[in-house]
Design a binder for this molecule. Sequence first.
Ligand SMILES: NC(=O)c1ccc[n+]([C@@H]2O[C@H](COP(=O)([O-])OP(=O)(O)OC[C@H]3O[C@@H](n4cnc5c(N)ncnc54)[C@H](OP(=O)(O)O)[C@@H]3O)[C@@H](O)[C@H]2O)c1
Length: 356
Amino acid sequence: MMTGPWLLYGANGYTGELVARLAVARGHHPILAGRKADAICALADELGLPRRLFSLDDPKRVDEGLAGMSLVLHCAGPFSRTSQAMAEACLHTRTHYLDITGEVTVFEALAARDGEARDAGIVVLPGSGFDVVPTDCLAVHLKGRLPSARRLALGFEALGRVSHGTALTALEGMGRGGLVRRDGVLTPVPSAWRTRTIDFGRGPRKAITIPWGDVSTAWHSTGIPQIEVYMAAPWPLRLFSRASRALGPLVSAGWSQRLLRQQVLAGPRGPSPTERQRGRAWVWGEAEDDRGRRAVSRLRTPEAYTFTARASLAALERVLAGEAPEGFQTPASAFGPDFVLGIEGVERHDDSGAPA
Ligand SMILES: NC(=O)c1ccc[n+]([C@@H]2O[C@H](COP(=O)([O-])OP(=O)(O)OC[C@H]3O[C@@H](n4cnc5c(N)ncnc54)[C@H](OP(=O)(O)O)[C@@H]3O)[C@@H](O)[C@H]2O)c1
């Protein structure tokens, strides 16, 4: 395995720490980085790894922080606040950029820098976690099964708790409504705009549309012009999501964001090791063309944070081995639809009715 020098930024976060521990178990020797000296040094000492301490506020310091690196795996989010500074430094220093974002605005901002990334000779690969590796790979797989597809619906049902970072990132987006892709264009829709009954692999579930990363990435990886993403949602969540249409300005207000943030931070950092081990996720996709032909496929994956650590490292290893094209990439545009099948614990099933 090729292991150029690489840096893990946000290593003290819940997901960053999972990635750091798994990286060591897989024989990597990353530099751990972040802005909180105590937390980064404690983890680096425990794992016997080098460290670099810098915040993302001063561009010169970020460039220096990446000196000599082949790649950065960026795990510090919300990425709406961190991605631009890191991507900028990667372009200056010609360092491959990988992250674990699921934020549509971040994908779109990075896609717009495709030309600069190619000029710099680097790979820019956001979304190398649960959001969007499984859904992106399923999207490209479905496009392969039904090349004439014009409509794509993707979705997931995940069991288990979310981390502070995921909850705070979702909190930032609350009150902004939903997003779908319509005729190739990102189009705002109300929160929980559509409800559908979907069998993700465990029987029918009610699911609502959410502004998940694939409304950006699946367009880049498949060119299918109509895209919606669904999440299984029990009735209280469906009710809350619909209510948030009217409550939008209220939940976006500074004081209520501060209050909700406190609530999030008062809870556990993320799933416990037992919850991670027991958790699972089911991912579903449906492609349809203008003649009504349909193809449906499903994935079963490990728990979302375990999956994120495994998938981001698998992507990183392929980039370091020179197996990803330069420029902006989605996971499946970089490595193809079967990339997800190489991640431990993942199974894929196609509905037997062949599209015809
Ligand atoms: N794609 C996926 O499926 C997936 C999976 C897991 C996580 N995520 C995303 O990854 C992000 C992190 O999640 P987490 O669970 O690790 O959260 P977390 O435990 O709250 O950790 C957040 C990390 O980001 C750092 N950070 C936050 N804002 C920063 C800033 N402005 N400058 C520098 N560092 C900053 C924090 O550093 P400090 O300690 O110094 O604040 C910490 O290291 C979230 O956005 C989450 O949505 C995505």
